[in-house]
Design a protein around this ligand. Structure first.
Ligand code: SF4
Length: 415
């Protein structure tokens, strides 16, 4: 380790970390103090795009890319011949504060290969966060990897210093995991999630009684699922995500398109899945979490793959035309949320505005609704689409015209 210059190790371990997508920071509540560095209360820090389209930066590193596991989809597996490197905890703490002082980053996302044991690895990760908080007075965002199999005591320490923890579920099914990641199991991974969820609930409860009570991972927990490494359908992927949200109170499930690695196992596909699949999964996930759709509505049993050409809400509307047109001036919130092109914020604005006056198409356009998608599916004060129009065989082509560029939009939305 000592022979490889720090700069080279930074290149290796920053590159190795880019495969982990389970990283975002909305909801962090760590306040800045006069003597501390950083503040996560005013800005949601994330390694890529926030829901409002802002890009914020984290120093995203692996503590080491040595690993005792042999997960076939991972470039850092023990049988891979990549160049190896490691940092000490003190080096990562120093790098983080130096990058922060130069204004390059707003926080740290730290993951690691597993060395010696889960507890040993977790202890190293915790040492970085503890040093940042106690020695460097760092108040910026910290996201730590929770190593499945680590003891409850180590996870408790991790949640004491980090804003967010993430134990990766890795693959959509237990069978996929058994085939491609020997040594890893859903029960062990989910036991880490359960431990984090329980400690968070206890901390929130204690905070209700006294604001001086210690926080525990205030930005919650997330996970990552690799997509396209196995034949699991989008329905299976979203069902697993829904179960994790419901059972362990996850803030986010991140979907990461499988990226082929050199000398990969023959059971893995030679090509990555289309990136748009990842995008559609995020949209489906969004419909489940914020729009009241069930997974069976998003990916019905007879069509378990998401339509790559149109967003899942539009796909649902095209399959369920009998529910339209929706009267924008009378329909309940749940039904307005199902109209293609109407987002949560727009629905809120419509509900407020219609208390005072009847909504017209021009009002919807002023709200910047996606009118190509909205128009065929709504009834307004001045617009009553013939229900026959909803039966047209070319409706899909008509509403998707001009919408295709949405595939390349940087933000994940499900309007
Ligand atoms: S445990 Fe993590 S780093 Fe190690 S091989 Fe598996 S996915 Fe890669």
């Amino acid at each position: 380790m000592g022979d490889v210059p720090l700069r080279r190790r930074l290149e290796i371990l920053a590159d190795a970390a880019r495969y982990d997508a389970s990283c975002a920071s909305s909801g962090a509540q760590r306040r800045g103090t006069r003597e501390g560095l950083g503040n996560t209360t005013r800005i949601g820090i994330c390694h890529s795009y926030t829901p409002d389209g802002r890009c914020v930066s984290l120093l995203k590193l692996l503590l080491t890319n040595h690993c005792i596991y042999d997960c076939q989809y991972c470039v850092n597996r023990v049988t891979s011949d990549v160049e190896r490197a490691s940092f000490t905890a003190a080096e990562v703490a120093w790098l983080t504060t130096e990058f922060y002082r130069r204004n390059y980053i707003e926080g740290l996302f730290l993951s690691s290969g597993v060395v010696r044991s889960a507890d040993h690895t977790m202890e190293q990760l915790v040492a970085v966060a503890r040093a940042l908080r106690t020695e460097h007075q760092f108040r910026g965002y910290i996201h730590l990897k929770a190593v499945p199999g680590a003891s409850p005591e180590m996870l408790a320490e991790a949640g004491r210093w980090a804003d967010r923890l993430s134990a990766n579920i890795e693959l959509p099914t237990a069978t996929d995991l058994a085939r491609l990641a020997p040594g890893k199991t859903f029960p062990v991974i989910e036991s880490a999630m359960r431990e984090i969820a329980t400690r968070r609930e206890e901390a929130v409860e204690a905070q209700r009684e006294s604001r001086r009570a210690p926080v525990f991972a205030p930005a919650g927990q997330s996970t990552q699922m690799i997509v396209g490494a196995t034949p699991a359908s989008d329905a299976v992927i979203l069902q697993t995500a829904a179960r994790l949200y419901t059972t362990h109170g996850l803030r986010r499930v991140y979907y990461s398109a499988y990226s082929p690695t050199p000398h990969a196992d023959a059971r893995l596909p030679p090509e990555p899945p289309p990136l748009v699949r990842e995008h559609r999964l995020y949209q489906g996930d969004w419909l489940f979490r914020s729009y009241g759709f069930s997974i069976d509505e998003i990916v019905p049993p007879e069509a378990p793959q998401l339509d790559l050409e149109v967003d899942p809400k539009l796909a649902w509307a095209l399959r369920n035309r009998q529910h339209f047109p929706v009267d924008v001036n009378r329909a309940p919130r749940e039904m307005l949320l199902r109209v293609p092109g109407l987002g949560v914020r727009n629905v809120q604005r419509i509900l407020q505005a219609r208390r005072h006056r009847a909504i017209t198409l021009a009002d919807l356009a002023r709200l910047r609704c996606a009118m190509e998608r909205v128009r065929p599916f709504v009834l307004t004060e001045d617009h009553n689409p013939a229900t026959r129009a909803l039966d047209r065989v070319d409706l899909r082509a008509r509403v998707t015209r001009g919408v295709q560029l949405d595939l390349f939009a940087p933000r994940v939305t499900a309007t």
